[in-house]
Design a protein around this ligand. Structure first.
Ligand code: NDP
Ligand code: AKG
Ligand code: MG
Length: 416
């Protein structure tokens, strides 16, 4: 491989025919450091995870980290190539990876590398659990009532980036096609207009909702809520809700409640009733604040999921502590919910919690639950002791301000 140094002391994670993982005692885990605050949070995440694994398995297991490159560090390493082919190959080949945030310019410039990774690897599920850790400062009265898992569709929607810039031949051609051949009369200002396309398919929707419902069953959760703006965007967001309900009825045997469209079925493992319901996206942003206890697993489209994950994260302490995973049926790429926070880059200041908890999800994905439990114990301990980074410290009475790396040390200390 060009610039990737494969660790000699590790072995590959492989996928069995039934989709389960074969995890050696020294799995090679590729990681992208990330732009901006990536340089601060990624080393701290690695240190915390190494400590948890070493403690949980008395040194019998260890992660063999393998640096791979994307974004600014890739451009430096690969002479201007921001998105090297061997990075994609490594993520595919090594099956389980983790990444720091990557910068995307606003307005012009290149398209999101984060989105490109999801698209190229068909990581169609963006799974973002949102729960409260005792002691974390929150703007709401009862943050303990927030315990939701977002399944965000990760490959379609307006987020796919199919759009044309105002004033270009392409944009003008699309406008002309829409007006002349499709009879569209509603483009308010047809001159100098940017145009975007929002693909939402039955297959894309159903594979996402299938994963979300299976998770609801496996984790013995109470409900799945389809979040959409289907009253306005009927054939995209509305179809998402319709296909979601159809899948629940056809593949999970859900029966309509009071004539539908809400429906329910019994969890085949526990016999508990699982309710499948829907909420329109704008109302959902009020619901999560006013009635969070009524929501559990959420399946939604790409852009709604992006908005919802930051909004929900704010209720439990902010995006500094919001983890996530991008998943296909074989490959998993874990990543924080937040971005590169450029104003804090290189200051050893920000909260590494989001990336640490993303790695905690990764440990569970590998089946290393004992190490994952230690990570949670360490985080809870550090927060309860009020030894926290600036984002929590500014909202907590009597807290002790810690740097990013000091917070990592505190997490490790509280694993004991
Ligand atoms: N998956 C990815 O890689 C993502 C990449 N991005 C990219 O990141 C860049 C910056 O985006 P921006 O909109 O500023 O969003 P960011 O998520 O980078 O930062 C927004 C604000 O969130 C808070 N924050 C973020 N991370 C942390 C942390 N670890 N600890 C504590 N607080 C944190 C800070 O708030 P405060 O100022 O109050 O301290 C920060 O100013 C853009 O290029 C964007 O495209 C964005 C999201 C995801
Ligand atoms: O790719 C980006 O720059 C932003 C992505 C983002 O905000 C997200 O996936 O939550
Ligand atoms: Mg986002």
């Amino acid at each position: 491989m060009g610039h990737i140094q494969v660790p000699a002391n590790g072995e590959k994670v492989t996928v069995n025919a039934d989709g389960s993982l074969n995890v050696p005692n020294t799995p090679i885990i590729p990681f992208i450091e990330g732009d901006g605050i990536g340089v601060d949070i990624t080393p701290v995440m690695r240190k915390v995870i190494d400590a948890a694994v070493s403690k949980a398995y008395s040194g019998e297991k260890a992660i063999a980290w393998m640096e791979i490159f994307c974004g600014e560090k890739a451009a430096e390493t690969y002479s201007g190539d921001w998105f090297p082919a061997e990075t994609l190959e490594a993520i595919r080949d090594y099956v389980v990876s983790i990444k720091g945030p990557l910068t995307t310019p606003v307005g012009g410039g290149f398209r999101s590398l984060n989105v490109a990774l999801r698209q190229e690897l068909d990581l169609y599920v963006c799974q973002r659990p949102v729960r409260w850790f005792s002691g974390v400062p929150s703007p709401v009265k009862e943050p303990n009532k927030v315990d939701m898992v977002i399944f965000r569709e990760n490959s379609e929607d307006i987020y796919a980036g199919i759009e044309w810039k105002a004033g270009t031949d392409e944009a003008n051609k699309v406008v002309k096609f829409l007006q002349d051949e499709m009879g569209v009369k509603k483009i308010r200002f047809p001159q100098n207009v940017g145009i975007g396309v929002k693909p939402v398919s039955e297959e894309g929707t159903k594979r996402l909702v299938r994963k979300a419902l299976q998770y609801t069953i496996d984790q013995d959760r109470d409900s799945l809520t389809l979040v959409h703006k289907g009253n306005i965007m009927k054939f995209t967001e509305g179809a998402f809700a319709d296909w979601g309900y159809e899948l629940a009825r056809e593949e999970f045997g859900a029966q309509p409640i009071d004539g539908g469209p809400w429906c329910s079925f019994k969890n085949p493992n526990t016999g508990k009733e699982i309710v499948v319901k829907d909420v329109i996206a704008d109302a959902m942003l009020q619901q999560i604040l006013l009635r969070p206890a009524e929501y559990d697993v959420i399946a939604t489209l790409n852009l709604n999921g992006d908005y919802l994950s930051d909004a929900l994260a704010a209720q439990v302490g902010g995006i500094g502590i919001a983890p996530g995973a991008n998943l296909s049926d074989e490959v998993a790429l874990f990543e924080a919910t937040h971005g590169t926070a450029p104003k804090y880059a290189g200051q050893d200041k920000v909260n590494p919690g989001s990336l640490i908890l993303s790695a905690e999800m990764m440990l569970r994905h590998l089946g290393w639950n004992e190490a994952a439990e230690l990570v949670v114990k360490g985080m809870e301990g550090a927060i309860e002791a009020k030894t926290v980074t600036y984002d929590f410290e500014r909202l907590m009475d009597g807290a002790e301000l810690k740097s990013c790396s000091e917070f990592g040390e505190a997490v490790i200390k509280h694993m004991a």
